[in-house]
Structure formats: C-alpha cells, structure tokens
Design a protein around this ligand. Structure first.
Ligand SMILES: [Fe+2]
Length: 294
C-alpha cells in the first residue's frame, strides 16, 4: 500500500500527524500555497473589499508581546485594499476574519482541510466548523501572546517570522486564562509564558497551533502574508462546550468543576450545550473576535 502523503495544497503531513493532533503538540510542516492565485497581495487586498466591515481588523503593527487584556491600537480603515497593498510601509497589522464567507475562499478552506484529513488518515467529516483567516502585516509587526480554542494551521505565504510557543505555569493559571477567555479577554497574556518551542517560518512553511496552547509571532524586517485555517473536532469542541456551560454557571454564582475533573458531568454538560443551540452561537462569537485571533 502506498502510504506516502497525498499531494495537497495545504499542510503536507502523514498519518503520524494524528498523534500530534490528539496530544495537542505543535508541529511544523511544509505546504503548497505559495503563489496560489487567491493568496497574492492583490487577491487579499481585493478580498478586503468584499468582506463586511465587522470582518476587518486593523491595528498598529508594533506592540508588546504580552500586554494583558489591553486591546491593540486600532488603525482606521478607510480604503482597505489600498491599505493592504501599502503594508510594507504603513506599520499595520490587518486581519481578514472568516474569509470562508466568500465562496471561493470557502472552497479553498475545504480543499485544504479535506487534503489534511486525507493525508493524515482522518475522516474529513471529523474536521468541523471550518474557518479561514488571512493576515497581512508590516515589518516588525507582532501578534501578541494568546491562545485559541480551535485547532489552527498557520501557513506562511510571504516574509519570514518567528512563531513562539509557551505553556501555562500550572493548572490553576490555565483555568484563570480560560475564564478570562470566556469573559472576553481573547486569551491574551499579561506576561510572556515560559517558551517551549520556536519555529522560524518563511514562505511555504507552516505550523499546527494546538487549541489552548499559548503562542505569539514576531515579524522580521519584512512584510508578512499568512493564511490560518481552523477547525473543531470532538476534542476541543467538548472542552469548549463545557467551558461555555461553566461560564454560564459562574455568572449565576455557582462554582462548577473545570473540564476534565468530572468526566461524567462533562458529558452531561456537552449534551446540554449541544441541545441548547446558544452554545453554537457563543462558540462562533468566541472564535470570531478580531483582537487576538490566530
Ligand atoms: Fe492564534
């Protein structure tokens, strides 16, 4: 049987990747998206004009790596296409959120994640709530330390930068940050976590960023274009549903056990949240916020 990874435009991984997904281990890979017609600077600038204003995030590029819950300094969006085209010189950091709202980008996100599923041996249907984000940032721009709740695949298209990973000091600190995330601080950090790994990523390089894993990115002296695609599977969907449930309980004054401490109750909470449709809306909101996202 031929076990070589299939040709795919997205992350080039093989079946061993399943273990890293399960254990939430950051993993570098190569990808085939450099030069893709939907991912050039001009194509990204054009997409900016097609997305609703709420899907455009513009901030000053240079910022501290860890500034707590303080929001980044917003840059007014006047002509998004022109601002993206001028990214080399305007010291900015643009995010196009939820690019899958536009059909041709939804097809690209699906092509990438179906390819990832095929080459890693996972059922494509297990990769759910698929989303895509495009980033254009100026030389020396920074993505401040944060964590996401999705499985994320960051793929560098242009420019080289450093992607750092860290870890929570202990379970208590993790729980505090999780609470902060669900109460709207976007998973940001006030002090940089202990560094566990660093990957220099240039065009054609990418990295799997596991859910609930602190990370940050610093651009070198060049502009950066990158694409991130994300999904939920049972692993992070169950955890985030329990957290959404617990957040509701905490607001009512209760002190429910954190995810993982009471598996029977976790299952009941997941069942409740799946039946209670609001969970899905909250998850979309949680993953769609501009500031720290991906
Ligand atoms: Fe992130």
């Amino acid at each position: 049987m031929n076990t070589a990874p299939r040709q795919t435009v997205g992350p080039i991984v093989d079946r061993t990747f399943q273990r890293n997904l399960t254990s939430r281990t950051p993993t570098s890979f190569r990808h085939g998206l450099v030069g893709h017609p939907l991912l050039t600077l001009d194509a990204i600038a054009q997409l900016g004009t097609e997305l609703p204003a709420r899907s455009l995030s513009a901030e000053v590029g240079e910022k501290p790596l860890a500034a707590g819950s303080a929001a980044g300094v917003a840059v007014p969006v006047e002509d998004i296409a022109e601002q993206i085209r001028q990214i080399a010189a305007n010291s900015s950091w643009f995010t196009l959120l939820h690019i899958h709202q536009v059909d041709r980008y939804q097809r690209l996100v699906d092509e990438i994640l179906d390819g990832l599923a095929a080459s890693s041996g996972l059922p494509a249907s297990s990769l759910r709530r698929r989303m895509g984000f495009l980033f254009a940032s100026s030389p020396k721009a920074v993505t401040a330390a944060h964590f996401d709740i999705e499985h994320s695949f960051c793929m560098q298209l242009e420019g080289t930068r450093m992607l750092g990973f860290g870890k929570f000091a202990d379970a208590e600190q993790r729980e505090e940050h999780v609470k902060g995330y669900w109460n709207g601080d976007f998973g940001r950090f006030g002090t940089l976590p202990e560094v566990t790994a660093e990957y220099e990523i240039g065009p054609g390089d990418g990295c799997y960023i596991p859910p609930y894993t602190p990370h940050w990115i610093t651009n070198y002296d060049n502009t950066s274009l990158s694409l991130t695609v994300t999904f939920f599977n049972d692993d992070n969907e169950n955890e985030s549903l329990v957290q959404a449930f617990n957040t509701k309980m905490q607001k009512l004054g209760a002190n429910p056990p954190a995810y993982g401490l009471a598996p029977g109750r976790d299952r009941a909470k997941v069942g409740f949240m799946k039946a209670y449709g609001g969970a899905k809306r909250r998850l979309r909101l949680g993953s769609g916020e501009p500031a720290g996202s991906h």
